[in-house]
Write a new protein. Structure first.
Length: 103
């Protein structure tokens, strides 16, 4: 389990090239992280948070796959907590897989 927030992970790219940022974030890939925020957009198997205003973060993309059954019950702006596996970390966004809503 990762005990840092997504903004920290994306900030590891600050003032670095992508290849150097990838080297710094590699230890976090495949680890689990818990994130919270207001629901933005929902697709059939994914969710993104709304209103990411951090200087560094444009978005957290959460892919649910077989755990997508709760997604139709969510409403825009509703705050949710999601547990997911870190798949990719970029300079401005990150992707989590195998996500599920934490109650």
């Amino acid at each position: 389990m990762v005990d840092v927030d997504p903004d920290y992970l994306m900030s590891l790219y600050k003032d670095l090239t992508t290849i150097h940022g990838e080297t710094l974030t590699r230890p976090y890939i495949g680890k689990w992280i818990k994130v919270s925020g207001p629901v933005g957009d929902i697709h059939s198997d994914s969710l993104s948070f709304a209103g990411r205003t951090s200087r560094t973060a444009n978005g957290i993309h959460m892919l649910f796959g077989k755990h997508a059954t709760d997604l139709p019950l969510l409403r825009p702006g509703q705050t949710v907590t999601v547990l997911g596996c870190v798949y990719r970390i970029g300079r401005f966004d990150m992707t989590l897989t195998d996500c599920e809503i934490v109650r």
